[in-house]
Ligand binder design. Structure first.
Ligand SMILES: [Zn+2]
Length: 143
């Protein structure tokens, strides 16, 4: 159940019959706290509220979802993954990244360009996969 009860004039996502897609609407009238009539901001048509499919609350980590996501969504996911991975780490203990360095899985490193990163995987002979805030990168290391 949504915690926020919309009011008249509030923006909601609704399927628009004229635009034939999910567009931004403003609530025109409500019944028992639920939008009934909405106005499309794209075509200005007023019609019944057809709720856009609301994604289920935070997806379980165990459910892999193979969906075409935009680059923005991917980088957002990376940032979230990064934050989650970093949550349990002492950020002050990051090792300065050098191509000549050796790194272990789950080690924190500080990259001069990409910033703080977490070693996700060591790939022999001389590469590491590192999770940065903006995504996963492959870096050189001494192996
Ligand atoms: Zn419309």
């Amino acid at each position: 159940m949504a915690n926020v009860i919309p009011g008249v004039g509030d923006p909601v996502q609704s399927r628009c019959t004229k635009c034939k897609r999910i567009t931004r609407h403003f609530v025109v009238s409500l019944v028992e706290g639920k939008p009934v009539r909405v106005q499309c901001t794209a075509c200005e048509g007023i019609h019944n509220y057809r709720p856009a499919k609301v994604p289920a609350s935070p997806r379980p980590a165990t459910a892999p979802r193979r969906r075409a996501t935009s680059a923005a969504a991917r980088s957002e996911a990376a940032a979230q993954e990064f934050e989650e991975a970093m949550g349990e780490k002492d950020r002050t203990r990051a090792t300065a990244y050098q191509m000549t360095g050796t790194f272990r899985s789950r080690e924190l490193l500080q990259h001069p360009t990409f910033g703080l990163g977490l070693v996700r995987k060591v790939v022999p002979p001389n590469k590491i996969h590192v999770l940065f805030r903006d995504g996963l990168r492959t870096l050189r290391c001494a192996g």
